[in-house]
Design a binder for this molecule. Structure first.
Ligand code: SF4
Length: 348
């Protein structure tokens, strides 16, 4: 049976049905609709003001590739300029190939690219070194917990180096729904309450961050990359199979099979969540070591590095974190100012 005509231009044959709406579109009309929806997300949310210097967190994967491509197409409409910022986590057999994809994109799209490496920023720690250290303490399954915190900090540092005023990341609706599920499953009310909205406005001196693909499904991101013939890196990180996120992803797939709107429902539910006054976390202050926003004595990045440097990575995550903070209070034996070496002190 021949494909139906495109429901938008009526001139070409449809090449796909949009996963959510079922609308039959040709490739060109689908890409135009996708870009228009991202533009609407940015304008309606007032995410990127005219004149903004936007650092795109570029990993070489499909999401950040699509994000950079769409924003580049929208640059004249938005009046912004783009900078690609890539983070080298130091993951052998994975990141080098992904960074090669980012370099090809930067050259093809004539966008400036800056690469920041964990090894340089975090006193010699690479993710491979973190994995070796945490494996000995039975925490090897937590690689992504460490990496997520350090990557956030590295991207902030990279964005500052290029004079960015805003940061964008390629998280899509499926990523966001997985995060909401994970926070529910962990009982992390604070993160649930902070996880809504389209990003963070830049509290405590941090650069504002947003996720323009937050309402785009993963399937449509892949379709857009396909129809625009984008060159991206599609292999999975060597540590990804250990991540708790994989369980949330499997659960979400089953939920979506039973209820196709489950992904967006979860994203929107997070936007509307509010914490009861009694459950609210205290107003964050400044990290006693690096000055970044922190709800405890040390920010998450400094706490993780401190635990790693002491050979006690367990202290830095989950319930052990409280112990670390108490040890790290000024004047106590854990006070970083009294630490015998400054190996893990971030260079920011
Ligand atoms: Fe880092 Fe985990 Fe992503 Fe690998 S899968 S890059 S360890 S967050």
């Amino acid at each position: 049976m021949p494909a139906p005509p495109c429901a938008s231009c009526h001139a070409s044959r449809a090449a796909l049905r949009r996963p959510r709406s079922g609308q039959a579109l040709c490739g060109a009309c689908f890409c135009a609709a996708f870009e228009a929806e991202v533009l609407h997300t940015v304008l309606a949310g007032r995410l990127l003001p005219p004149g903004a210097v936007v650092a795109v967190g570029a990993s070489g994967g499909k999401d950040s590739t699509v994000l950079a491509h769409v924003l580049r197409a929208l640059t004249p409409r938005l009046g912004i300029s783009l900078q690609l910022v890539a983070v080298d986590e130091g993951i052998g057999g994975y990141r080098d190939a992904a960074l090669a994809a980012v370099r090809r994109q930067a050259a093809r799209w004539e966008l400036p690219l800056t690469v920041v490496a964990y090894e340089d920023l975090f006193g010699g720690w690479t993710m491979d070194a973190v994995a070796r250290s945490t494996a000995g303490s039975g925490r090897s399954r937590s690689c992504c917990t460490f990496c997520g915190v350090l990557r956030r900090r590295a991207l902030e540092e990279g964005a500052r180096r290029v004079g960015a005023t805003h940061i964008v990341t390629g998280h899509n609706a499926d990523d966001m729904a997985e995060t909401v599920l994970m926070n529910f499953l962990r009982g992390d009310a604070g993160r649930l309450a902070r996880g809504g909205g389209l990003g963070s406005p830049g509290e405590g001196g941090a650069l504002p961050r947003c996720r323009p693909l937050q309402f785009a499904s993963q399937k449509e991101v892949v379709l857009y990359a396909h129809f625009r013939r984008l060159d991206y890196f599609s292999e999975e990180c060597v540590y990804a199979p250990e991540a708790f996120r994989g369980h949330a992803r499997d659960l979400l797939k089953r939920l979506e099979a039973a209820r196709p709107s489950a992904v967006l429902d979860l994203v929107h539910s997070a936007e509307r969540l509010a914490l009861a006054p009694a459950a609210r976390t205290p107003r964050p202050g400044a990290c006693s070591r690096c000055g970044a926003l922190a709800s405890r004595a040390l920010c998450q990045a400094c706490a993780l590095l401190d635990g790693l440097n002491r050979g006690r990575p367990r202290l830095a995550i989950g319930k052990g974190r409280r112990g670390l903070d108490e040890e790290a209070m000024p004047g106590t034996p854990g006070d970083p100012a009294r630490a015998p070496t400054s190996k893990a002190v971030p260079t920011f």
